[in-house]
Design a protein. Structure first.
Length: 82
């Protein structure tokens, strides 16, 4: 099975990885590689748990497109307000 995951680096420098198709399935690591290895393990454990509880092994995830936000006058584009 293949799953999409999101990867973000937190304020402490850790990589936080989440699998949107499996609610609550997330992990982290000091490096991107460690985080990806950890989410693989978390996905396997989540699938085992869901199977044992008679839940579907995944939920539908869709990609949607939205317009990019317009710049706010007087605020730099790289500002957190954008």
């Amino acid at each position: 099975m293949r799953f999409l995951v999101t990867i973000e680096q937190d304020e402490a420098g850790y990589y936080v990885v989440e699998c949107p198709a499996l609610p609550g399935c997330l992990s982290q690591g000091r490096t991107r590689e460690e985080a990806l290895a950890n989410i693989r393990e978390a996905i396997l454990l989540s699938l085992e748990t869901r199977k044992g509880q008679g839940l579907p092994l995944e939920i539908e995830v869709a990609e949607v497109e939205v317009a990019a936000p317009r710049p706010i006058l007087g605020v730099p584009v790289d500002s957190p307000l954008h």
